[in-house]
Structures are given as C-alpha cells and as structure tokens.
Design a protein around this ligand. Sequence first.
Ligand SMILES: *[C@@H]1O[C@H](CO)[C@@H](O)[C@H](O)[C@H]1NC(C)=O
Ligand SMILES: *[C@@H]1O[C@H](CO)[C@@H](O)[C@H](O)[C@H]1NC(C)=O
Ligand SMILES: *[C@@H]1O[C@H](CO)[C@@H](O)[C@H](O)[C@H]1NC(C)=O
Ligand SMILES: *[C@@H]1O[C@H](CO)[C@@H](O)[C@H](O)[C@H]1NC(C)=O
Ligand SMILES: *[C@@H]1O[C@H](CO)[C@@H](O)[C@H](O)[C@H]1NC(C)=O
Ligand SMILES: *[C@@H]1O[C@H](CO)[C@@H](O)[C@H](O)[C@H]1NC(C)=O
Ligand SMILES: [Fe+2]
Length: 484
Amino acid sequence: MGFLGSSPSSSSSLPLCFLLALFLALSAAVVCNGGHTSSFIRKEQKSVDMPFDSDVFRPPSGHNAPQQVHITQGDHEGKAMIISWVTMDEPGSSEVVYWKENGSSRKKTAKGKYTTYKYYNYTSGYIHHCNIRKLEYNTKYYYEVGIGHNYEVGIGHNVRRFSFTTPPPVGPDVPYTFGMIGDLGQTFDSNATLTHYENNPRKPQTLLFIGDLSYADNYPNHDNTRWDSWARFVERSVAYQPWIWTPGNHELDFAPEIGENKPFKPFTHRYHVPFKASGSTSPLWYSIKRASAYIIVLSSYSAYGKYTPQYQWLEAELPKVNRTETPWLIVMVHSPWYNSYNYHYMEGETMRVMYESWLVEAKVDLVLSGHVHAYERSERISNVAYNIVNGKCGPVKNQDAPVYVTIGDGGNIEGLANNMTNPQPDYSAFREASFGHAILDIKNRTHAHYSWHRNQDGYATEADSMWFYNRVWNPVDDSTSSES
Ligand SMILES: *[C@@H]1O[C@H](CO)[C@@H](O)[C@H](O)[C@H]1NC(C)=O
Ligand SMILES: *[C@@H]1O[C@H](CO)[C@@H](O)[C@H](O)[C@H]1NC(C)=O
Ligand SMILES: *[C@@H]1O[C@H](CO)[C@@H](O)[C@H](O)[C@H]1NC(C)=O
Ligand SMILES: *[C@@H]1O[C@H](CO)[C@@H](O)[C@H](O)[C@H]1NC(C)=O
Ligand SMILES: *[C@@H]1O[C@H](CO)[C@@H](O)[C@H](O)[C@H]1NC(C)=O
Ligand SMILES: *[C@@H]1O[C@H](CO)[C@@H](O)[C@H](O)[C@H]1NC(C)=O
Ligand SMILES: [Fe+2]
C-alpha cells in the first residue's frame, strides 16, 4: 500500500480530455450491480510484525553460515536457476555445488559473485548471486552453498544443502502449477499465508510474487535489518522453489530525507532476475517462459509512457509470444488496473490507458496484481473502445480480454483493505477482504483451474475458483456468472 503516498513515476502526461474520459469511465462503472461480494467477515485483528526473536527469523548457527537462501529462474526457458544467499561475518565463497538427484555422483561447481550496499546507517551482509546454467528439464537437483575452504573451521563446516526441481521443457500441453502471493510482509498473518501456501494440496511448483516483499520501509530509516529478517522468514519455501519477482511500491525505498535517493536499491541488490535474457534493460520488467506459460513482469513504479524503455520493450515483447509454444500468457503488475475497493483509487489508471489495448490484442489470459490488501477477481472486460465522440467510456464484456486478479492479501503490517465501493461494479466477479493466496493449475493448452484460498481460523479454505479457458485455444466464455 502507498506508504510513500506518491503516484507512479510515470513520464506520461495525459491530455485533459483523457482524464475526463477516465473519470466518466469510473463513474459509469460503479452504477451497475456486479458479481459476488463474499459475506465472510474476518475477525478484526491488527496485523503485527513477528518480533525479531521469532523462530521464523532465527539465523542458521555457525560462523558465517549462509542465510536468506532464495532461488529464481535464471534464463528465458527454465534451464537455469539464480541461487542467492547472504553471509554476515565475511564474504566466504560465492560458489554453488550442485548435482542431479539420480545422476552419476559427479558434482558440478558454479562460480558466483557477491555484492554489498549501504542504506543510511545500515551496511548489508555479503549478498551472493550465482546463476547455474545448462540444467536438465524435469530433474531434481541438490545444491550447496557456504562452501568453506578459506577458514579454520574446516571444509564444509557451515555448508547448507537445499534442492529444487527444474520445470518440464517449454511446450503447449505441459501441466504446471503456479502459486500466487502478493504484499506478504512479515506479520503473524504473513506466516499463516505462507504456511497455507506450503500445505496446499495442489502442490504449487513456482510462486508468482506480485510485489511488496518485506515492508522494511514501515520502520524508521527503512530499517534494512527487516529486509534480512524477511528473507530468513521465506527461505523455507524460496530456497526450494523459484519465486518470480515483481517490484512493488515497498521496493522503492526512495527516501531523500535520509539521503537515499536511488530507487529500488535494497531490492535490486538482493533479488536478481534474468532480465537480459528477454532483451530488457532493467531488472524491474522482464519475461520468462516456464512450462506452458509465458510470464511478463511489468513495473508500476518505472516510467511507462510512450518512448520510455519499458514501453519500447513491451511493444516489442508482446508479438514475440508464440502461443503454440506457450499457450498461457500471464502479466504481473503490482498496481491493479481494475479495483473496486476504496483504496489506491485510480493509481493503476494511467498505466491501464497506456497498455490495456495491447494486452487485449495479445489475448492475455490473466493479469495479476497486488497493492490493494484484499482479494478481487474481474470478469473478462476491457475499456479500450473510447474515443472523444463515441461516449463508450465504461468497461464492457470482452472475450479477448484478460481476467484481472488482485491478490494483495498476503498479510502485511498495514492490515486489510475492507472498504469496498457499493454497489459492486459490473466488471467485478468476486471480492472479499481476507488474507490468502491463489493457485493456477494448468492442465493443458485449453484448461487451467484457478483457486483462491483464504486464511480462515488457521486453515486455508478455497473461497473462490474458476476454470480458465485459454484465450487462444479455447476462447469461449469462461465467466463464472454466465456459466451454465
Ligand atoms: C530418483 O531417486 C529417488 C530416490 O532417491 C526415487 O524416489 C525416484 O523415483 C528416482 N527418480 C527417477 C526418475 O529415477
Ligand atoms: C541507525 O540509526 C538509528 C537512529 O537514527 C539507531 O537507532 C540505530 O541503532 C542505528 N543503526 C546502526 C546500525 O547504527
Ligand atoms: C510460523 O509458522 C510456522 C509453520 O506453521 C510455525 O512453525 C512457526 O512457529 C510460526 N511462527 C510464528 C512466529 O508464528
Ligand atoms: C511457434 O512455436 C511452434 C512450436 O514450437 C513452432 O513450430 C513455430 O514455428 C513457432 N512459430 C513461430 C512464428 O516462431
Ligand atoms: C470508505 O471509503 C469512502 C470513500 O473513500 C469513504 O467516504 C468512507 O468514509 C469509507 N468508509 C469507512 C467505513 O471507512
Ligand atoms: C484438458 O484438460 C481438461 C481439464 O482437465 C480436460 O477436461 C480436457 O479433456 C483436456 N484436453 C485434452 C485435449 O486432453
Ligand atoms: Fe503496494
């Protein structure tokens, strides 16, 4: 949510008539009755951060033991993995040793690099990143970090071992299961969301993370030790399966009042992504292919107006998506373009105006957002027909359009967004103010099962679900309200 209280740093400036149209569009949207507003009322409870001495933040024991281990896809196709971790006492080794579960016993070693940064009066540990490449598809690998051959405690003393499984080769009918979490933070509710995610019987293989990681910026001077504690908290999942990162507003850490005027400094030092593999010039927007999905990550907080690097990249990127190879096209962007809660009103609107028509033209299946701390799923709607004389300025049903899901309900310290516009607008299919996570279970090129799981009394409950019909291979109406 908008800790900074500032609008996106777009370089686009819109003419007045455009703004008027937007205003009319929004007012038109709220007069109709829409889908379902869940009657589930969550217990009012303040979300508080888990204290520093909580079990989830405990560093591994031993001199310079690697901590905050996390992995993400390291190339465009899914045959590489970026392994990252932090050492606190001294640099130590940046090497990763890895081997196939059932291969010959030969172990391979990859060399990484480490970096450090300073933020106000905080100095980071040694942040290691090592991209291991030429992995085989569909294979379980073990890997070790903290290979210690430089100091007296002896070889292997503080080595930590983890594992992951590579995806199947990119292809149209490869089943694959993605999880989705946004705006997680590090409260007791965040811990419940992560636990429910880990225990989900659909066994998600990769997490699409929709931005707003640690909320360290809610602390005085953006206390970056909360970036460290967050990374220790989520290690239990992200050391074993890749999380695909999207930048949110809480990654900006832009604080000129304390001399910190380089946006995204902690985030970009700590979380590396394979942006060059998709021809991007910035780690804040990029794409990957994974199994049968093509995933495009956009930055709500980088310039996106005409002529900007992000605009040029996306314009060239969308035509490259080959739906015969990857039928499922998913876009992640932190700030939602459709949102019927009384929070972050119109914050995503200028970006929607810039890019919505491209996404409809490209027949994107799903747009995932966070930012608003609640859950909402839209109908397939678009608002791209408008010109200055035709009056067509409201969202309309459109079978070429994506479903917009807002899932900023990971459980962070800022609490739930529970104030909704009433009546529920036509474009909104389902909304509920609860914490939770979602799953997209891709079956083949035509069908994917989607579900949202609320945190309820210590259990995850499937509170919303639908079958996604692929927009290219099965473009029939998949609306839950028109389903027979
Ligand atoms: C790999 O080995 C594990 C046990 O170590 C076994 O359960 C699994 O079936 C094996 N997989 C293959 C593909 O051989
Ligand atoms: C940084 O400054 C704050 C107050 O300005 C202080 O409480 C904190 O202990 C300092 N941290 C370090 C590492 O010096
Ligand atoms: C977080 O959740 C895990 C798994 O359920 C549990 O073991 C741990 O005690 C929880 N920690 C806190 C601080 O709630
Ligand atoms: C799209 O992918 C399919 C399957 O991999 C391939 O046969 C086809 O040539 C590709 N089309 C283009 C235009 O590259
Ligand atoms: C909900 O939001 C509206 C619009 O911002 C505001 O007028 C209203 O007072 C809010 N209601 C509550 C209960 O906070
Ligand atoms: C695709 O998956 C759906 C849902 O599991 C199934 O009903 C359908 O038969 C599958 N299509 C093919 C061609 O296997
Ligand atoms: Fe946010």
